[in-house]
Design a protein around this ligand. Structure first.
Ligand code: NI
Length: 188
């Protein structure tokens, strides 16, 4: 089932998400729905708060980027209760980033080149891995969603000023989007 994506301005995107329990009802279906929702909107990552669920769950399917990043071919990850560690003296790289919750915009964001991640998969088996390059960026972006952080919080104040009106329009529901969304109704 395709779920509506919550857009910038929705309070759930600003909350710190809770740990996901293995007894969570219909978890397999929820994960399947998140993959379907993400693929329908041409996304490569989706965090549960973006479908209005304040839980620490992320799905990533980066295969679509394999032309530019061959190492992403077939990369599909379900991350439950992930813990992100920055590798010491980590170098940051700046690249354009977008977000399904902020349609029509992309901005340069500095991210660590390498991160270490601990997580549980859909069967609640533990994993630990070091990620690099663009996949490390996707993981940092999605992980931020679990802490109520959006990439526009990490851009320069000048850039943020320049996109202020666009962000306000999204929050006010004045945006056209070719996927199903949930946004604030215009209240003024
Ligand atoms: Ni995002």
């Amino acid at each position: 089932m395709i779920l509506p994506i919550y857009l910038y301005g929705q309070p759930v995107l600003r909350k710190e998400a809770e740990e996901l329990e293995s007894e969570y009802p219909d978890l397999k279906q929820l994960i399947a729905d998140m993959y379907e929702t993400m693929s329908q909107s041409d996304g490569i990552g989706l965090a549960a708060p973006q479908i209005g669920l304040s839980k620490r769950l992320i799905v990533i399917d980066a295969d679509a980027l394999k032309e530019s990043f061959p190492e992403l071919a077939g990369v599909k990850l379900t991350l439950i209760n992930p813990e992100l560690d920055i590798i010491e003296n980590g170098k940051k790289i700046t690249r354009e980033e977008g977000c399904l919750s902020i349609p029509g915009l992309s901005e340069p964001v500095a991210r660590y080149e390498k991160v270490k991640l601990n997580w549980l998969d859909e069967n609640f088996d533990e994993h630990e891995q070091v990620f690099e390059g663009f996949l490390a960026r996707i993981i940092q972006h999605e992980y931020d969603h679990l802490d109520g952080i959006m990439y526009v919080d990490r851009i320069s104040p000048i850039r943020k000023q320049l996109i202020r009106n666009k962000l306000r329009n999204i929050a006010d529901g004045k945006v056209n989007c070719d996927y199903k969304v949930k946004q604030q109704r215009h209240k003024r």
